[in-house]
Design a protein around this ligand. Sequence first.
Ligand code: PLP
Length: 485
Amino acid sequence: MSQDLTPRILDLQQLSASLEPDEATRHSLLAQVEQYSDDFYRDITTRKAFHFNEQRGEGLLRHPVREEPRSLDQLIELVREQVDSSGLNPASGGHMGYIPGGGLYTSALGDYMADVANNYAGVFFAGPGAVRMENLLLRWMADLVGYGPEAAGNLASGGSVASLMAVVAARDAHQLKARDFERTVIYLSAQAHHCIHKAIRIAGLGEAIVRHLPLDERYRILPDALAQQVAADLEAGLRPWLVVATAGTTDTGAVDPLPAIAEVARRHNLWLHVDAAYGGFFALCDEGREVLKGLELSDSIVMDPHKTLFLPYGLGAVLVKDRRHLIASHHYTASYLQDAEKATDEISPADLSPELTKHFRGLRLWLPLLLHGLAPFRAALSEKILLCRLMHQRLGEMPGMEVGPPPQLSVAMFRHVPSTGDANAFNLRWMEEIHRDGDVFLSSTLLDGMVWIRIAIVAYRTHLATVERALEMLERTRQRVLQLG
Ligand SMILES: *Cc1c(COP(=O)(O)O)cnc(C)c1O
């Protein structure tokens, strides 16, 4: 005789009921989160960009996952203390290190809505509206860079994953097989982002030959050197395949000469990938559009809305000029998806990316773009370019200071040249002092054996007052290093 399962099932339903808070509980939870967000925004302009402390979230270890519930108040407090108060504050306008991010509030609201409804954005049949929204955003980006109707793309989690997808599409488009890898040649600037090297290795091409091209005095690829190297490689019986140009390098903000590189790529049938993770969206403003001419000549592009569209982390886009290549590398069919194959008005993210079930990332971009309109984005991007020019000027006027080349976009470099002693040691000491101060966060780099301190103005909360604050902090910390010797 079969046992009656009903009492046990109802019992379990009761035990898990707290997973579905009622309306009053939802309001109270949301009010607490709202309080957290209000507190966060209240002092966002004055709070340090970097917390130099020993406590690095270790308090979290004292609160392991357990059977019993905890209060939201207590958990929010843990986030404040253990997560928000150590290391970098990436939402701060004072974040001018690496490539800063943003954190648009309205994008957070988009995420909130996407998560509440848990819309499915993987396959058109299941989520036609969600998929259409994502495709519409990708089409908008394709128009921005000048790709035609055959283009397609994907909203990935970030620029690194987007780059991997581009490299895989390029590999398959050229029908590279394992036996070809050792004589396949890739052309890069030494300034290419390390995620390109990672993508090449993950795509199985770790054995390919990588040529680091010589650069001009502004750290841009010399197209003639590319042409000569490709000719030499063909002569040697090798297989030139991929050239990666960067539209806004991470280190120096340099934009490689895209039209001239594209010409070499066209002549020799190379796949041209443009890494515009940082720089791409500057095409929205006049100052940037001028510098970014030639984006449309590439075969694939990566651009990061979580950088230059100021979104919270979690969105990097890949675009491929000829969609067939992205599809060929990523499309798959499975018998349990047979219903889905009937609805084909729109191409599905699942056919263009390694993902099946995915976060509905479109809403976090669509909502702010349509809600605010494009004008404030264009203005903020122009503002960043002008702020960087201003800061580069002002730093150049400070005694003892050497500045790098005039910024093409919104990254610049400088260093102190001491009258005596080792300049690198001085600037590293200074960097340490800058991090200890934390008012504004900067990072350093090593170029041709020289230590440079970088400024990257990308956060939408960075304004004229922030730049003034940064300049004051720099003088304050430099004096400290000079006095301490
Ligand atoms: C940030 C960046 C990347 C990597 O993108 P993630 O979103 O950090 O994965 C690639 N290339 C350039 C030029 C970048 O600035």
